[in-house]
Write a protein that binds this ligand. Structure first.
Ligand code: GCO
Ligand code: MG
Length: 401
């Protein structure tokens, strides 16, 4: 089954996405997400210049060999740009294989391990009332888990607090600069979760994302202060390059830790997993080398009692979400799947079969991944430069993101 064509489609239905469509001699095609928030054109160029030319003529069924060829053959291994490009090829080939086999991809991954994929939504608010109201919205929709992000008194804005607007972190072409104050944040957050637990009781799973902004001892202090509120996870407490830095957090708190949306290979999290320094690994299909590599990460995690908790913000396209759901429904050590519904214009460009029902997402039963891209409609949404913001301390110091 030779690959005869591969197209890289950059579009912006509300936000930027990069999609790879691979077409075989039999006319069967598959899609892969290659979106890297704020660096989309880097991945598009990597695909167009260095990947598409070597795909033509290769057998679309040899998924593992293709992965090894693109990973080892590049010489310059790993990195978010490279691995997002590898992921897009890998995902598209799994899509094609499912279509050729006539089954949804999860059947090729060992079949269904659960009825549905438990998801969590994003609630945020700069005041307690606004936040509690947003959480109520998700509870009414049937969500069993909610990520809680709050404004901080004295800070003009806090990343991830969208005030009821659609969550879109990448705004201006040149990064917006926001001010961060760790002391104010550490002082305020326990009160936020005290209010939330008082309002919603013990049954609702609560999560919080620190977005890498603390030092290990600050994260230890935060984890300890939140123990009375029994979070399901505290996410990205510190920058994760220093994997052993998590030992210090672990020594002080039982609050579970989730890390990994910025990881792009098993090497980024090997120590975190094998030393059980985290409880959930957040890597996902588009940034961690596709379905083939993500399965390896989750299989290693399963040995060490670490569960999945894949990233699923709206800056990952419906193609990634569809692929993630096939992995989520099949693996034995599934934890949670992040789910931020895309906008109507995004969904129109990416018709898909997955659906939300009773707090679960379901991947659907059509052969392949059950998602596609309407290339003509995509063409009506041209790319527009947008970058993630940067964070500075009150004295102007450029701070961890
Ligand atoms: C998450 C992420 C988002 C990021 C975004 C970056 O947990 O969903 O941390 O909050 O801001 O995905 O592109
Ligand atoms: Mg996050």
């Amino acid at each position: 089954m030779r690959i005869t064509e591969a197209r890289v489609i950059v579009c912006s239905p509300g936000r930027n996405f990069v999609t790879l469509k691979i077409v075989t001699e039999d006319g069967v095609s598959g899609v892969g997400d290659a979106t890297l928030n704020g660096r989309e054109l880097a991945v598009a160029a990597y695909l167009r210049e260095h990947v598409v030319p070597v795909l033509i003529g290769r057998d679309a069924r040899n998924i593992e060999d293709m992965w090894q060829y693109l990973y080892k053959g590049a010489y310059w291994r790993r990195g978010p740009v490279t691995m997002s490009a590898v992921a897009a090829v890998d995902t598209a080939l799994w899509d094609i294989l499912g279509k050729v086999a006539g089954v949804p991809v999860y059947r090729l991954l060992g079949g269904r391990s659960r009825e549905g994929v438990t998801v969590y939504g994003h609630a945020s608010g700069s005041t307690s009332d606004a936040l509690l109201s947003e959480i109520s919205h998700y509870v009414r929709l049937g969500y069993r888990a909610v990520r809680v992000q709050s404004g901080v008194p004295g800070l003009p804005s806090v990343y991830g607090v969208s005030e009821g607007r659609a969550y879109e972190p990448a705004s201006a072409a040149v990064p917006v600069e926001s001010v961060w104050d760790t002391d104010r944040y550490l002082d305020h957050l326990p009160r936020v979760f005290a209010d939330v637990r008082a309002e919603f009781g013990p049954g609702l799973k609560l999560l919080h994302d620190v977005h890498h902004r603390l030092t290990p001892i600050e994260a230890a202090r935060l984890g300890k202060s939140l123990e009375p509120y029994a979070l399901t996870w505290l996410e990205d407490p510190v920058p994760a390059e220093l994997q052993e830095g998590f030992r210090l957090i672990r020594q002080h708190t039982t609050t579970p830790l989730a890390v990994g949306e910025v990881f792009n290979s098993i090497w980024d999290c090997r120590q975190l997993i094998t030393e059980q320094l985290v409880d959930y690994i957040r890597a996902t299909v588009v940034h961690a080398g596709g379905i083939t590599h993500l399965r390896r990460i989750f299989d290693l995690a399963a040995i060490y009692h670490v569960r999945s908790g894949s990233h699923g913000a709206t800056d990952l396209s419906p193609v990634c979400m569809a692929a993630a759901l096939h992995v989520d429904v099949a693996i034995p050590n599934f934890g949670l799947q992040e789910y931020m519904p895309h906008s109507a214009e995004t969904d129109a460009v990416f018709p898909h079969g997955y659906r939300f029902e009773g707090g679960y997402l379901h991947p659907g039963e059509v052969p392949g991944l059950g998602v596609d891209i309407d290339e003509e409609l995509a063409g009506s949404y041209p790319y527009r430069a947008a970058s993630l913001p940067v964070s500075r301390l009150t004295d102007g110091t450029l701070h961890s993101w």
